[in-house]
Write a protein that binds this ligand. Structure first.
Ligand SMILES: C[S@@+](CC[C@H](N)C(=O)[O-])C[C@H]1O[C@@H](n2cnc3c(N)ncnc32)[C@H](O)[C@@H]1O
Length: 192
């Protein structure tokens, strides 16, 4: 992690008006969530999704390398009387415990080298919710660097050891004014 990258994210989190958006993949597939258990929001940002998971009754851990994001998440959690456990940590270099989480969410963060560790961190039967930008997009927005965008069907490849429970990637098919465009969304379960 470079100091410039962290500065950039701290500044974005400082200037943002609110907590951000709850991940679409969570909202669209909320009926698949367990009623209790441990959830991890990786690269949680200011924590809209972490707060959503906590409000659903899950025991939530939220990790991000930006202390500004984590501070904002914690103060909003206090305001809503929700409990979220947080850590300021660099996901790329930090350790990830094995078989610890019933749910892991990754929203708009793509670090391919983490895929095996994410799978390992799920408990058997646990669910991964993942969404991020695809290379083929019909609207502007998202990362300019193509390395931070998914190739066609790439989430399916990255998380091959998991069983797919829901997958949505609409590419540029049909009426592009409709549907969920520009991102791919996966819900997948660890066998066992
Ligand atoms: C596009 S934001 C997504 C935030 C949140 N998941 C959401 O969907 O609103 C990407 C997040 O990744 C965090 N981040 C970037 N690199 C990181 C790293 N190496 N370790 C931990 N967090 C990182 C940033 O601080 C930022 O909060």
């Amino acid at each position: 992690m470079t100091a410039e990258l962290l500065d950039k994210w701290n500044q974005r989190h400082r200037e943002a008006a609110d907590q951000g958006q709850v991940a679409q993949v969570l909202l669209d597939n909320s009926h698949l969530l367990p009623v209790r258990g441990k959830a991890l929001d990786l690269a949680c940002g200011r924590g809209a999704s972490a707060l959503y998971l906590a409000a659903r009754g899950l025991e939530v851990s939220s990790w991000d390398f930006s202390p500004v994001a984590i501070d904002r998440l914690l103060s909003e959690a206090r305001r809503r009387s929700l409990t979220v456990s947080t850590e300021v940590r660099d996901l790329i270099t930090g350790p990830m415990p094995g078989e610890s989480f019933d749910v892991i969410l990754v929203s708009y963060f793509l670090e391919r080298s983490l895929a095996a560790r994410i799978v390992e961190a799920l408990k058997p039967g646990g669910l991964l919710y993942y969404q991020t930008f695809s290379l083929l997009a019909v609207h502007p927005g998202g990362p300019q660097n193509p390395a931070y965008r998914l190739a066609d069907n790439e989430l399916l490849e990255l998380f091959k050891p998991l069983r797919v429970r829901s997958y949505r990637e609409e590419s540029d098919l049909g009426d592009t004014r409709l549907g969920v465009r520009d991102i791919a969304m996966l819900v997948a379960q660890k066998p066992g």
